[in-house]
Structures are given as structure tokens and as C-alpha cells.
Design a protein around this ligand. Sequence first.
Ligand code: ARG
Ligand code: ZN
Length: 875
Amino acid sequence: QVFRLEDYRPSDYLIPRTELRFVLSPDSTIVTATLTIRRRDPSERGAPLTLDGDGLVLRRLELDGMPLAQDAYAATPDQLVIHAPPAQAEFTLAIETEVAPSQNTALMGLYRSNGVYCTQCEAEGFRRITYFLDRPDILSVYTVRIEALRQEAPLLLSNGNPTENGDLGGGRHFAVWHDPFPKPSYLFALVAGDLGVVADHFTTMSGRKVSLGIYVEHGKQHLAGYAMDALKRSMTWDERVFGREYDLDVFNIVAVSDFNMGAMENKGLNIFNDKYVLADENTATDADFANIEAIIAHEYFHNWTGNRITCRDWFQLCLKEGLTVFRDHEFSADQRSRPVKRIAEVRTLRAHQFPEDQGPLAHPVRPRRYREINNFYTATVYEKGSEVVRMIRTILGAEDFRKGMDLYFERHDGEAATIEDFLKAFEDAAGKDLGQFALWYHQAGTPNVTVTSSHDAAAAQFTLQIEQSVPPTPSESRKRLMHIPLAFGLVGSDGRDLAYAAADGAAVEDGVIHLRKRRHTVTFSGIDERPAISLNRGFSAPITLSVEQRLEDQLFLARHDGDPFSRWQAFNTVMTDALIAASRHIRDDRAPPFSPAIAELATAVLGDDGLEWAFRALALTPPGEADIAREIGSNIDPDAIFAAREALLRGIAQVNADLFAAAYERLADSGPFSPDAASAGRRSLRNVLLDYRSTLAGGADLAARHFHAASNMTDRAAALTVLAHRHQGTPQALEALTRFEKTFSSDALVMDKWFAIQAAAPGPAAVEAVRGLSAHPAFSFGNPNRLRSLFGTFFSGNQTGFHRADGAGYALFAETILEIEKRNPQVAARLATGLRSWRSLEPKRQELARQALVLIASTPGLSADLSDIVERTLA
Ligand code: ARG
Ligand code: ZN
């Protein structure tokens, strides 16, 4: 079944009130839903009432307190139809269903994770609990009563505020929760179990005292402190930056170990993958700390962008997700280093969204059709969706952007809104037309902007010839011209931006060229010297750029561009271009030539004490194999790319051997651990230097020393990666892997790192290694984190291993995806995107990859989740 945006129709019925009663038991939980149902249009009669279900067993059904006659309704596992609802405007329906949480391996609806009852309802999991109008525009006030054995579940949580609890005798007890804010069913949540808590409180700007709780497995409370701190910082930040205050008496977060995604913003009761809650220096890396901070903030920010204002339908998913990602990006930028955060965001966007946008799964930020909505929780909806909001701010300016946000909150609080509503708020607040800009929501594909330049010294004029194009994407062959805000600078020989007297040919405001036509000739007057052009500063638009630029200009920008993002970009472009050229040489069995200028640039960046450590680390990190492959675009040979990258690292390390050694020593940790951004930057720079230095003689010993001296997980994991990848099979590598395994065998989240590091180890042996690891006692096919760390890393993060020339990686892919699908179609579908770029491979690998996809696609009885992905991937 295909769902289409243009088919949206408001529901004939509303559900103003929802009362739920849960009698919990692992194999047979009884759910009684008492729904107050109202006709949307009281004069409209006769429409049947059709409620959604998914695998439900109906036990009892009453309308206004009376059992319904057999022929008055039809119940299947997937639907409940009341043929002729009563004539009055409002009536109540009592529905009793039975579900088995312990047998729910799809982890949607009500399930058990490590003995804890928990729920995941977004997008369409509520219908696996009871029959309902399970769509986001049905807003209802919920009252939830939970009953359970006190011993099994001393803790009983749901949305909103706690109102009542007590004993039921026979070892049973109950609790009642009431959420005064009308909400869609996807925000419903329930947690029941035996958990430990970290408790704190927060006083909002208007003086409301909020109890905060983070619930974790007993004995893990000491790992939740960082998350709690991040939560309080998020609450303060949203008040200060967006004027948004929390609105209930309690805010609870529960960490569970079996979770399909990162986390979920259920009203007042966020449920998290424990990977994004639990951390200390011994078990979590700096990247983990940063993720925890960002995701805690993200889910908290959803309280306004998602919950108070929700989505009319699932086509509007980016309304809450793109906006909330933008908000969490800004939060992290304020808490840490803005330039470093921006570079990290762009790297993520390019690594995940660009290949999606440039392959068979491309779709607009606001899709127009879907078969399975779970497959649209994508980098395009989230990350590109955030970039689109960022562009609105660039176009409007910070002040009008804030006015637009305020107007959006004021107009739509308590509503289920659309992208049109969102854009209208900005147009009205700023008095600007965003009509052409709106195409960013509607049109898929990464726009390309081509730029050439010329300087007329006699006339003191500098001219840019700019052309935009949007490549065709599935089912969109013709594209319209977009409004692209292109931030720029004309950098003079002293490294400063040149001032120009006038600019002609496009609207140029505050250092931004607004492209609206296919071609613009922009002429700057009063430019005496030929500048180096710095384009798309701060990554002002999510585009690809084709600029004819001399290497010397790029090298100059890498040293002098006043915009830190563009400075990083220039360095990165220099390395990428060199790697592309080198991989061609290697393919032709020639030695790769590298300009000595690259190693000199590395010398200069490392020695520039005006730069943050984290920035220097990012600048020195060569593009990954997948980044290089993406830039090459077609006829990819992963082995040549790998060899080129190793050669570049070694070349830079050789030239800088003494300098890198000295800096490596100087950066060694001193003093107690702190997860703050500056300390993390220091570690990351030192670990980048380790990576370089480990390519030289004695590299394995160096990495082994680093591993054994490590006093935190960041350093330990960095060293283990170097050993397991570059020094595979050496005694040092084997010893470190064994030591790590022994030390952390009982910590599942740390073992995920052990699996992932090995799954990413380059070379042909990885296929068998991954197969072997899947039989390790710490591995489990039932746990999404394990699956992602082993198979997800292998399929998406191991270019030479997964894309082994004989296709063995693809055979493992097909076999594994089909195995996972039996339990958890959503995770299987997500992992299956690992082959989305198969058409970019060289012909032999392409054919082998295609066969694996066809094998999956032709398996009978495939889930909608998986068949949707493989069919689109093959189309
Ligand atoms: N709304 C959640 C978040 O962005 C993601 C939930 C996705 N769940 C799913 N089943 N697709 O924080
Ligand atoms: Zn979200």
C-alpha cells in the first residue's frame, strides 16, 4: 500500500479523551481503552468508524456501556470497524485487547527489555497496543492506570503527572498518570519495572519546580550524571534562546537496552537507548559524551517542537525532526565550539545524507509518498531538514528568525501543523516571500553550483559566473530552480576579506549571494587584486560545489580563510583531490604522487596555536574511504582508495615525523579526566597523531603503548582501532583485543565498540571475522545495538571488507538481513540501506551486489519495511 500526501483528509471522528488501563504480565497483558469519541462534524452522520490495529486480539467491546452486537462491528488483528456509530455527537467505546510483551521482538508497541516493560509508539506502534485512530492529527487527553506485581515492577511510569497510586493486595499495586496536554498516540509511553533512579530538580524561568528523574538499571546510577547535567543545561538553553519553558511537574527519562532508534520524545517520559544515557570516562568515548548531550537535548527540545506543536500527518515529519535537529545543533554549538560543531555537522551530512540524496533512496525533505513510514526517519528528513531551517535563518537574519519561531509557537501551540504553516509564520514575521525557497522541502537531490571567476585588473572588477543545477532523482526527472543562499568572501593576499564597492548580477547581502536563477554573473567593483574566493562559508547551503581553483589558492585558503569552516574545507579539498588522483595512479599500478605542499600544510596547521585542538584534529583527519568514494562518484574500486589513503597518511607522517612525535608527547593527558570540549579536542588531536605515527616503523608498538597507558575509553578505543586495523594479526593487536574483551565482557555497550572496531577492520578477512563474531557469547541477534555495531559497521563502515571483490560480503549481507528481518523488520530495513550506493561500484562488484539485493527481494513473505527498501534500491 502506498500513502500519498495529496490524499490527506481529516478524520471523521476525534478522540478528545483516552483512558487506558494496563494489567501487566509478560505473556498476557490486558489493555482496556475507554475512548470518548466525537464526530468532527456533528451534522455529518453515517460514516463508519475505522480504528487501526496491528496484530491485536480483541477480547471485549462496549459502546456507551453496552456490548455491541456481532454484526455491528468487524474486528481483525489490523482493524476494528464500527459499521454504524450512534447518532449522537459523542459516545464512548471500551475496547479490551490482549498483548504479549515478552514475545514482541519487533520492539514496536509494548515490549520487554531486560525485564522492563516499555513502549515505542512512533510512528505506528500504538496500534499494536489497542485499536485507535493512530494518526498524529488525533490529539487526545490521556489518563493511564497501570497495574502490576510490585515485585516485578515497583516502578510504574507514564506520560504527564502522577495523580494516584496504591496497593491492590496479592502483591499487586497500581499507579495513575494524567497528561493534561492533548497529544497524538505516537507520544504515548509506559514503563514498568525495577530500576534505579538519579533524581534532581529544575526551576523554570517562571518559577515552576520540576522533578527530574533518569531511570537506569540498578547499579548504573553513577553513569547517568552526565545525562542529567545535559538535561538541565538543555532546559536552561531553551528558555534563554527560544523562550520555551517546560510545562509539567515531572520530566522523566528511562534508559533501556533494547531500542530500535536513538531515543523517543514521549511527553514527559522520554525513553532512551541506554547507549545515549550511560557514560563515564572508562566506558564512553568523547564522541559518546557529545552524542549523549545532543540527544538528551534533542528529545527535550521536542517538547515544544514535536509535542506542543505536532505534525498533521507523517509527510510532515521534518516539521518536528528537521527543526529539532537544528535546535540541538545550535545547543551543542553554544555548549562547545561553534566552528568545530559546524564541521562535524557537515561531515555527518555528507557521509549520510549526500549518498542518500544521490542514490536510489533519494526523497524530498518532505516526501510525497511512502509505503512504510519507518523508512523515512532518514538523514534527509533529519539532517537536510535541519539545514533547511538553518537557511531560513540565514535568509531572514537571526532577529526575524526568532520572530518567526515565536509566531509559529503562538499560532500553532496545541495543533498538528504542516510545513506550509511553518513557512507562513516566517513569511509573516519577516515580510518575506519564501515561495521559491520552499522547494528545499519539496524537491529531492543535492543541488550543484558551478563557479568560474575572472579578474579585470584595469577595471578593478572581479566577476563570478555561477550556475546552479539539480540532478534528477527517482520519479523527479525535471527540477525547478532553487533559492540558494551562498555565503562567500573574497580573500586578499593579506588573508583579509576584500571590501568591494558594489555587487551586480544577484542580490548580495551580508556576505551572502542569493542565487535564484540558473545563471548569475556577479560583478564586484573596486577589487584591485585578484582574490582567492571562499565559497559556501559556514556551509550556508547543502550543495556540492564545482569550482575551478588553483591548488595554490586552496593552500592559501587552508592557511588564511577567516571563516573557520571554509578553512577546514580548503584543507579537506586539497587532501580529497590528492587522494582521488592517487587512487587512479594505484589502479594503474603506478606510485601515487603527493605534492609536498600537503605535508607542509599539515605542519603549519599543527603548529598554529591560534587554532583549537579539535579544529586541528579535524583539519588533519584525511577524508574517509567512503568520502573519497563519494567524491569519485562512479566505477569505485575500494582497494585502490584504501591504498591511496594509507600512502597519504604515511607520506605526511614521514615528512613530519619529529614534529608529530613532539606534539604527541606534549599533548599527553595530564590531570583528572574531564569530558569538556577542550579536553576532548586535546585527546582527539593526539589520537589523530597516533594514527599518522602508527604508519611508520614501530607503529604497532607505539599503538600498544598508547593502549596500555590509556586512562579513558577515548584513548583506549583509538589505540585499539589502530592496532586492529593497521596492525591486524600482530601479537600487539591480538593481545589488546583479548585484554579489552576480558576487561569489558560484562559491559554490553563497551563490547559494542569491540565488535564495531573489528567489523571495520579493512581487508578480505573481515567477512569471516564478522561471521565469527556473530557467534560470540556477547553477541545477540535480538539486540539492535549489537546488530548495528557488528553488521551496521561492516555494511556501512568497511569499504574494503564488505565490498570484497568476490562478493562474499554481499552474500553475508543477504543472509544476515533475512535472518534479522524475522524478528525485527525495522532494523533489518535500516541495515539494508548499506547497499544503497551499489550502482557507484565498479561493474563486477555492482553485479554481485545486485544479485544479493535480488535474492532478498525475491524472498517470499517479506515485510513492508524490507521490501520497500530493497525494491527502491533496485529500481
Ligand atoms: N522521534 C524520535 C526522535 O527523533 C525517533 C523515533 C523514530 N522511531 C521510529 N520507529 N521510526 O528522537
Ligand atoms: Zn527527533
